[in-house]
Design a protein around this ligand. Structure first.
Ligand SMILES: Nc1nc2c(c(=O)[nH]1)N[C@H]1C(S)=C(S)[C@@H](COP(=O)(O)O)O[C@H]1N2
Ligand SMILES: [Mo]
Length: 222
């Protein structure tokens, strides 16, 4: 599993092009994310940890890799259904990012390997009406994210962390990694992404968490 900077650069170009198209279509709402000061890496109210805490609903589903199945459906031209082998057969990227959990811990420099979301969007081709995504996990967890935010160049579906397959505790076989938002948006044990027109709240968003979750704006609850 090696870094593929050229591949990633290609994706970045594609993403920029796609976002320009969306903007022309009036699909891209202005990005009102909080500004990150250039000299500060730790968002307000966070503390840095070296360990990697485990947080979930108390159920860690045991999904064997050969039983894993992943679906993309909803408002897409080309719905996708992947087995584990299909997933590994896609172009692989390695991306480094920081974790910011709403409970107050942050962890720097996590190296994730998996399938870039840009590749996924290339394949499934969201319809014009698709503005939001609902992510479903094998433990019953869900979380919502705006499509243009899922399409960000640092977002991937990861099977590995620091070069090793993700443990069950941390969401293996495959989890989402959406680094610019609090970590509750990064669904572990991902099984499905549904593209939808109107926003629908997920598990924590239904239970008092903020709908967006920008760590730089401290969008924790409410
Ligand atoms: N499927 C699933 N994904 C989930 C959760 C969950 O309960 N179920 N918890 C979220 C929350 S609140 C956090 S902080 C992170 C924790 O990921 P970690 O246990 O790998 O640190 O996973 C997120 N993704
Ligand atoms: Mo969390």
């Amino acid at each position: 599993m090696t870094d593929k900077p050229e591949l990633l650069d290609g994706y970045r170009e594609k993403l920029v092009r796609r976002k320009q198209e969306w903007a022309r279509d009036g699909r891209l709402i202005d990005d009102e994310r909080g500004a990150r000061p250039a000299d500060d890496r730790l968002p307000p109210g966070q503390r840095l940890v070296e360990t990697w805490p485990v947080l979930d609903l108390g159920v860690q589903p045991d999904i064997a890799k050969d039983e894993w199945a992943f679906t993309i459906d909803g408002l897409v031209e080309n719905p996708i259904r992947w087995t584990w082998d299909d997933f590994l057969a896609q172009p692989q990227v390695t991306v480094q990012s920081d974790i910011h959990c709403v409970t107050g811990w942050s962890r720097y420099d996590n190296t994730w390997t998996g399938v870039h979301v840009a590749h996924l969007l290339d394949l499934c081709r969201p319809e014009k009406e698709a503005m939001h995504c609902l992510i479903y996990a094998f433990d019953g967890y869900t979380t919502n994210i705006r499509l243009d935010r899922l399409a960000d160049s640092d977002v991937l579906l990861a099977h590995s962390w620091e070069g090793e397959y993700l443990t069950k505790e941390h969401g293996g076989p495959v989890r989402a990694v959406v680094p610019k938002w609090y970590f509750w948006k990064s669904a572990k044990w991902i099984r499905r992404i549904e593209f939808i027109a109107e926003d629908e709240t997920g598990f924590w968003e239904d239970r008092g968490y903020h709908n967006e979750g920008d760590p730089w704006k401290e969008q924790r609850y409410g």
